[in-house]
Design a protein around this ligand. Structure first.
Ligand code: PLP
Length: 381
């Protein structure tokens, strides 16, 4: 199998699994229990929090553990909206966010909040002057993703942070597609809240976190115990949290060198595809992108059919975000970048990872050329 869908999820690293095992087998106590056995689990959770804080460049008390990137996004957006209700009810986001943010904003709109969805340029980037114009005295939160999961395009989040802070507005950054992939410490982005998720950087699924800058007004989503500084009730997933810290540390350690390697492979892949399909469109390629992602729109083929045909050849790719697979609608991200519904439907996403080698790239480019040619011949027959 050639796995080229690392933006959907990544395999659990052997070293991460090893670090987690003692907390699944022997040290399975409840971190809130008062006896020593519980204390050992508490110590593991707090050590993981301190480790993540070191990676993120923040205080341990600014890290809240959650069960997914989706939950982190929900906590950030809903949590700030609810806690800031008396100050204002306007939220600014972009048209290309992950559904974890978009659907949350839609739900808040039904509760009476006003939401502005910023457009993006054809390259997939938010325009800072449009953002500045959208801010009102009622705006309490701007929520913008760091890298888009479908195209890999990066947003100028540091500049956005400086802009919104000048107006006393909070910034949430969904860094699910960049945390662990970039050498940067994600608290250094300058946002007030940052979402990250373990399974995107070779950690366990169901273990994620939210950086919450000290003093940020935030209401919890869940009612229950006073876990996680009162921000997330529920017994901690100790092994998952240990795995999250181990995975982030490991990923950051190699991120610079790995980023260079992936960029070289991705660029080689794109030039091979360009050679066989000159009319193919590389979405977001003129913008700054994460180094592992390639989103390609082919003329006159259906992306879903390409993905299924590649699967028969043992290659895992995607049409876009895993969450929208099975949905017949074209990607909202690509439509926002100005693609026609037909172009958007003809799109395939390839996302490289730690195990991707040169021969995988060459075999995939060759398979893609064969599949696209065959499907085109079928559709024109
Ligand atoms: N945000 C982005 C940008 C994502 O790509 C994803 C997952 O693909 C999420 C949020 C949701 O993360 P999780 O799968 O951990 O719920």
């Amino acid at each position: 199998m050639i796995y080229l869908d690392h933006n959907a999820t990544t395999p659990l690293s052997a070293q991460v699994l090893q670090a987690m095992m003692p907390y699944l087998r022997e040290c399975w106590g409840n971190p809130s229990s008062p006896y020593r056995f519980g204390g050992e689990a508490r110590a593991a959770v707090e050590e993981a929090r301190a480790r993540i804080a070191r990676c993120a460049g923040c205080k341990p008390s600014e890290i809240v553990f959650t069960a997914s990137g989706t939950e982190s996004d929900n906590l950030a957006v809903r949590g700030v909206a609810r806690a800031s209700r008396s100050r204002g009810r306007h939220i600014v986001t972009t048209a290309i966010e992950h559904h974890a943010v978009l659907k949350t904003c839609e739900a808040l709109a039904e509760e009476g909040y006003q939401v502005t969805y910023l457009p993006v340029t054809p390259a997939g980037v938010v325009d800072l002057s449009t953002l500045a114009e959208s801010l009102t005295p009622e705006t309490v939160l701007v929520t913008v993703m760091h890298a888009n999961n479908e195209t890999g395009v990066l947003q100028p989040v540091e500049e956005i942070g400086r802009l919104v802070h000048r107006h006393g507005i909070l910034l949430h950054v969904d860094a699910v597609q960049t945390a662990g992939k970039f050498p940067h410490r994600f608290a250094d982005i300058g946002a007030d809240l940052v979402s990250f998720s373990g399974h995107k950087f070779y950690g366990p699924k169901g273990s994620a976190g939210l950086y919450v800058r000290e003093g940020t007004p935030l209401s919890p989503l869940l009612t229950g115990g006073a876990h996680e500084m009162g921000l997330r009730a529920g017994t901690e997933n100790v092994a998952g949290i240990v795995g999250l810290a181990e995975a982030l540390d490991l990923a950051l350690y190699s991120s610079q060198e790995e980023g260079r390697r992936l960029r070289r492979l991705r660029d080689r892949f794109e030039s091979l595809v360009r050679g066989t399909a000159p009319s193919a469109k590389f979405n977001g390629a003129s913008a700054e992108r994460v180094p592992n992602t390639s989103s390609i729109s082919f003329k006159d083929v259906d992306g879903e059919s390409v993905v299924l045909a590649l699967d028969l050849k043992g290659i895992c790719a995607s049409t876009g975000s895993a969450c929208s697979t099975g949905e017949p609608e074209p990607s909202h991200v690509l439509l926002a970048m100005g693609l026609s519904p037909r172009e958007a439907q003809g799109t395939v996403r390839v996302s490289l990872g730690r195990d991707t080698q040169e021969e995988d790239i060459e075999a995939t480019a060759k398979a893609l050329a064969e599949v696209v040619e065959r499907l085109r011949a079928l559709s024109s027959a």
